[in-house]
Design a protein around this ligand. Structure first.
Ligand SMILES: Cc1cc2nc3c(=O)[nH]c(=O)nc-3n(C[C@H](O)[C@H](O)[C@H](O)COP(=O)(O)O)c2cc1C
Ligand code: SF4
Ligand code: SF4
Length: 257
């Protein structure tokens, strides 16, 4: 039996065809001016539920109900651009824990982020008690790699791989795993925005991500599911630093054809 089933309350259906016209899987037909679902093997995107003006469509098997959209949730484009302009990677954190409610909201953001084919393949590992030990594994791995990597980069040669080289003593780390790289990356970016809206600063730890993907020991410790890989690692905490201005970037590299 399918975990989810698309249900139509035909007594509410007014035959407007909005659901059928918006269904990417061509899974809805109109019969006798009523919507009719062909099968439950679609991608369960929920567009039919979201678009129905009469609330006639529903999908069973979820723990939460759809939320009614009371008002427009449009964003001011200049504000959004400035959030992106002024965000900086944070590597200095206050010794202040992140409240569970804020963490829950950040994880909810990941959950709500769209995925290719509605795969919902993104998982989160919050490093808490084991954070220091897992960081120590990754640091030790990088210390071993450094002499070789240093041959190719003078910057790498200069870098001191301290005990907190990966997580910078941040209170919380979220390792994001997924089957599809873009799905994990989209969730991560949205989570960063919500984290920042809560006054947090974020570092995307590429070094830890690399360590986790090459080290069987770290992979095992994280309990990464088969078919998934670490997409990125969010290091989160209240910033100890404040930036006064934006930074310069190269001109946008764009081609119009
Ligand atoms: C995918 C990704 C991985 C990164 N990995 C690391 C990392 O492991 N350690 C680190 O100190 N910074 C890391 N950074 C931060 C980048 O160095 C930083 O974004 C860049 O220098 C620009 O600075 P800004 O984010 O403050 O604008 C990473 C950034 C991204 C997007
Ligand atoms: S959108 Fe709703 S009311 Fe319109 S056809 Fe579909 S189920 Fe019926
Ligand atoms: S859930 Fe999406 S794919 Fe499935 S019937 Fe509804 S609109 Fe179509």
């Amino acid at each position: 039996m399918n975990k989810h089933e698309i249900l139509i309350d035909k007594s509410k259906c007014i035959g407007c065809s909005l659901c059928a016209n918006d269904c990417v899987a061509h899974n809805i037909t109109m019969e006798n001016k009523k919507a009719n679902v062909i099968a439950n093997d679609c991608i369960m995107c929920g567009h039919c539920v979201a678009i129905c003006p009469k609330g006639a469509m529903s999908i069973s098997g979820y723990e939460t109900e759809p939320v009614e959209k009371e008002q427009s949730t449009s964003l001011n484009p200049d504000d959004v651009l400035n959030v992106i302009r002024f965000r900086r990677t944070i590597r200095q954190f206050q010794k202040k824990p992140i409240p569970q409610g804020v963490l829950d909201q950040i994880l909810e953001t990941g959950k709500l982020t769209h995925t290719a084919k509605n795969m919902q393949d993104v998982s989160y590992i919050v490093l808490d008690k084991e954070k220091e030990q897992i960081e120590a594994y990754a640091v030790s791995l990088f210390r071993k790699i450094k002499p070789i990597a240093g041959i190719f980069s003078s910057m790498v040669k200069r870098v001191n791989i301290g005990d907190h080289f990966m997580f910078f003593e941040a209170p919380t780390v979220i390792v994001i795993t997924a089957k599809n790289t873009i799905n994990g990356a989209l969730a991560a970016q949205n989570m960063e925005f919500v984290a920042e809206a809560n006054g947090l600063g974020v570092l995307f730890s590429g070094y830890f991500t690399m360590a986790a993907n090459i080290s069987p020991k770290i992979k095992k410790k994280l309990g990464i599911m088969k078919g998934k890989k670490v997409i990125t690692t969010l290091v989160l905490g209240y910033p100890k630093v404040k930036y006064q201005r934006s930074v310069q970037r190269e001109e946008v590299d764009v081609t119009y054809l």
